[in-house]
Design a protein around this ligand. Structure first.
Ligand SMILES: Cc1cc2nc3c(=O)[nH]c(=O)nc-3n(C[C@H](O)[C@H](O)[C@H](O)COP(=O)(O)O)c2cc1C
Length: 193
């Protein structure tokens, strides 16, 4: 079973990186093959809304996103981690998400059976943190991520989100119990599939 971890924070070794890494360790412990994508290592141009994908399901922009499309399609479990930036995901993650419009076209315009009801079932999981404690801080991001997962047939399997986390590594200082939760979430995703 293939698990893809997508690191969406520009801060290497920051809070969401720590959580995602621990989640992936849990998945590995259950025997999954794990692949990691650090979005800051990739050049992903934002969607140009050219509708070049409408007829083919293929994006016409030939950048690093072309390496990511097959991974989104081939993985059984996709875990996206992004901190909250202005009540949404980071621009790094949003560029990836908007470029999944090509998969949306493949699924909904071209009705490709591999992304239809008969297609391979996958799961998607979201990890996030925010500095504030507002009750609605994750709402926008969760909705965005649910629709992102839907483009490649990944059922939304839930999220691990923590409020009041700001400085690099604060997740460990303020919520030391989270490492265990992240590890267990990674294991459960693989076990339940
Ligand atoms: C540009 C920017 C925008 C942010 N916007 C929000 C926000 O809207 N709400 C919030 O709770 N935290 C916000 N934060 C704080 C981050 O979510 C927080 O520092 C988080 O711990 C960073 O996680 P990381 O270490 O994984 O990068 C923002 C931080 C930055 C740099």
């Amino acid at each position: 079973m293939k698990v893809l971890g997508i690191f969406g924070s520009p801060r290497k070794g920051g809070n969401t990186d720590i959580l995602l890494e621990e989640t992936l360790k849990g998945s590995q412990e259950e025997g999954a093959e794990v692949d990691r994508i650090f979005l800051t290592d990739y050049v992903i141009t934002p969607c140009k809304e050219c509708h070049g994908c409408d007829q083919t399901g293929q994006c016409v922009i030939l950048d690093d996103m072309q390496k990511i499309y097959p991974k989104l399609l081939e993985s059984d479990i996709i875990i996206l981690a992004s901190p909250i930036f202005f009540y949404g995901v980071t621009a790094w993650a949003k560029a990836l998400i908007d470029r999944s419009q090509a998969l949306w076209a493949k699924k909904y315009l071209l009705k490709d059976p591999s992304l239809g009801k008969e297609g391979r079932k996958k799961k998607g999981f979201f990890i996030s943190v925010g500095a504030t404690k507002g009750p609605r801080v994750f709402e926008g991001a969760i909705l965005t991520v649910k629709y992102f997962f839907d483009t490649f047939n990944a059922e939304y399997a839930g999220e691990l989100v923590f409020r009041g986390v700001d400085g690099k590594g604060d997740i460990l200082l303020k919520h030391p119990e989270t490492l265990k939760q992240a590890f267990e979430a990674g294991r459960k995703l693989v076990k339940d599939r």
